[in-house]
Structures are given as C-alpha cells and as structure tokens.
Design a protein around this ligand. Structure first.
Ligand code: FEO
Length: 401
C-alpha cells in the first residue's frame, strides 16, 4: 500500500514527509520534520501540482505511479521552483516525457537554470488569469510574486473551489497520516511552527502577502492545499486572519517578550528583575529568552507574536553581544515593524550595546523605542533597581493603552 490519500474523488495527495532533515533550507531547525505536499488530479487529463524535495523523491514517485495507475501524466503545474518542490521535477519530466510543464515565464526560465535542460518544446506558458481546462476541472493561475520567490503562482480550481496555495499557508512539521488541520489540534500543536515558518520564510514580504490575500479574498475557497503542512477545509478564515496579522506586522498578542544576551548572568538578572516587576504590576504572559540558547528562528517568531520587546544585552568587543546582534539584524532583515521596544545594556568599562541596539531599531519601520533605557555597569545595583521599576511602570502603562 502507499501513502496516497484522496482529497476529493479525483484529487489525490501524493506528497511525502521528511523527518530526518535537521535544518530546512540548511538554516531552520525542524525537529518535527517537514512535509512536501504534491497533488494529483485525475480528470480527463491528469495533472500533477508541484513535486517534492530530492530527499523524498523515491516515495513521491511511487505515490505518483500508484495514483496514476497506468495512466499517462498530461500536465505538471509548477507553482514554485524552489528546490524543496522542484528538485524531483526533472525526474518526473523524464519519466513522463509526454507531460507538459505549466508555469509562467519566470518559472520556465528557472527550470532551465536549475536543470540545464530546455523544456520549451513541452511548456505551456501562463500568465495572471489564464486557465487550463482538463475535463471537469478548470484551473485559473494567479501570480503571487515573492510569496516566496518571484516566479510563485497559486492555482485555483474553479470547479471544486480548491486553492493550491504554494508556500502560502504552509508550516514546518511532518504529516502523520492525518492530512487535515481539522484532524489535529492545530492551535496547540502546529501554530508555533506555522508562525515560525511564515515569519522566517516570507515574513520579509508582508506587502506581497497582502497582495495575495486580497486576490484570495475574491475566491470562494472550500479547500486550501499548501505545499507544506496540513490541508485546510474548515476554519480557513481563522488561519487567514493569522496571515492578515503577520503580513501587516500586527502583533497577535499584547505581550512582553524579553530577549537577554548575558555573558555571566548579570544582564540576565536585570531582565529577571524587570520581568518580576512587570508581573507584580499585573502583566501576564511575559516570555523571557536567552538569545544564546534559542534558535534565532524561534526568537524571530516570538518577536512577530508579541507587541512589546525588551532587548537586554552585554557589550562585547565594543559592540552588541554577538547572538543579540544576530537577532536584531535578523528582525531587521525580516522587516519586523510597529513594535514598542525597550533597551537594557551592560558594560563594565565602556557600555556600547544600548546605543548600537537603538541604532538598529531606528532603521526599522514604526518602532517606538522607550527613552528610558537602562545601563548596568557590571551588575545591578540600587540605581538600576529603581530604573527597572520605572521601566516596568512605563511598559505596563503602554501595554494597558
Ligand atoms: Fe517551500 Fe519557497 O519553498
């Protein structure tokens, strides 16, 4: 038997999950693995929607053979050319030489860039709004540039109201038999990974995600089929609302996240005191992270979730403590904006971190940086305890606004 499952009577899931890969894109830890979703339409013509990463290519090809059950493959729609979906594409096209490749001009140019082969004689070049009729189904192609590469498009099945959404609405995490978001506890078990996936993969491209959401708002969507993670057929609006927030850089929670870069624990002590004083003033849901011991992708996701961010950093080599600098530059690179921030610095002889952190924050959009920063010289003493109390007052008042 195979891992193939029916999505509808004539659309099959033929993707596969990888639980062995440690780092997605060789950057992001994926302890829960990742799925590479692919879909097979068995209409009068057969259509494959995207392929998979090389690591699961054999399973995928077995699924595809099983799904086709001896039929030929007529079309391969390529919504996204990133190798996590296209590394196995050339193999598919060699196995089924009669299959036509459907993509836009950028897709087909990238296909040649990656494979060194010219598929122009078997290509169907589509643009925004073009359709493909395969018998019962009519597919409409909708461009979604920079969600997450420039060639990305999504494909809407106007017959069964299914949106094949490419990377959009995807998440880290391998699928374990249950294909649908309503068959798992998504909010409890998947949302953190979905947020980490979104913010780190496409977080930078909020404007472009907004453009796609506006297009999607005009579609009647019964089933949402992303290229990673569970498929949506219930509560789609709930997940779209998350995307609405993330892509407009609107915090999900009015909450304080304290990020600490501490060499010997004295900066961490200042952060601890601040957290305790916030708690004493009634603030709930405070989170505190040591930036040396968390993957930066988790920290980026938390910065997207929370409204108020505190950066507490030692001075190091006359600059910002290295993992804290890495976090701040990553937040800037991912276009995080519209947050309230506070800064705590430490430096035994020449504190510099505060000024430099403020410099990075000033280069990000719509950041409100509280004036009352705190300088610790080696360890927290009476003046800093007072200042931390005042900072806790200021943050609490701002949170309650
Ligand atoms: Fe899942 Fe941008 O690739």
């Amino acid at each position: 038997m195979y891992c193939v499952q029916n999505i509808t009577s004539d659309i099959l899931y033929v993707g596969a999950s990888d639980r062995r890969l440690a780092l997605f894109e060789n950057v992001y830890p994926i302890p829960r693995g990742v799925s590479y979703n692919a879909y097979l339409v068995l209409d009068e013509k057969t259509v494959l929607m995207d392929a998979v990463e090389e690591t699961v290519a054999v399973r995928f090809q077995e699924n595809l053979e099983y799904g086709l059950n001896g039929r030929s493959l007529d079309y391969v729609v390529v919504n996204h050319m990133e190798p996590d979906h296209s590394a196995s594409l050339a193999g598919v096209l060699r196995r089924w030489p009669e299959a036509k490749v459907v993509g836009n001009a950028k897709t087909l140019s990238m296909l040649t860039q990656f494979t060194g082969e010219d598929f122009s004689s078997r290509s169907v070049v589509v643009k925004e709004g073009d359709t493909l009729e395969t018998g019962r189904h009519v597919f409409t192609f909708v461009t979604a540039p920079m969600v997450h590469w420039p060639e990305v498009m999504v494909t809407y099945d106007t017959t069964d109201k299914i949106l094949f959404s490419a990377d959009a609405f995807g998440t880290f995490g391998a699928l374990s038999g249950n294909l649908y978001a309503d068959e798992v506890d998504f909010a409890r078990d998947w949302l953190d990974d979905a947020r980490r996936y979104y913010t780190n993969i496409v977080g930078k491209y909020g404007v472009q995600v907004q453009a796609l959401l506006k297009k999607a708002a005009g579609m009647d969507i019964a089933i949402l089929c992303p290229l990673h993670g569970p498929i949506w057929r219930k509560d789609i609006a709930w997940f779209v609302e998350k995307y609405q927030r993330w892509s407009t850089y609107t915090p999900e929670d009015r909450a304080v996240a304290i990020f600490t870069g501490s060499v010997y624990g004295n900066t961490d002590n200042a952060a601890d005191i601040l957290a305790a004083r916030l708690a004493a003033k009634g603030v709930r849901g405070i989170v505190q992270y040591d930036v040396s011991h968390m993957d930066v992708s988790d920290l980026v996701a938390e910065a997207f979730r929370c409204s108020h961010l505190v950066f507490a950093s030692a001075t190091y080599n006359n600059g910002i403590f290295t993992p804290m600098e890495n976090l701040l530059l990553d937040l800037k690179a991912h276009n995080l904006q519209s947050r309230t921030a506070a800064v705590i610095e430490n430096g035994s002889w020449g504190p510099q971190a505060g000024k430099l952190i403020r410099g990075i924050l000033s280069e990000m959009k719509n950041m409100t940086v509280l004036e009352s920063g705190i300088t610790v010289k080696s360890a927290v003493q009476a003046p800093q305890r007072e200042a931390l109390e005042a900072l806790a007052d200021e943050i609490t008042a701002d949170l309650m606004k």
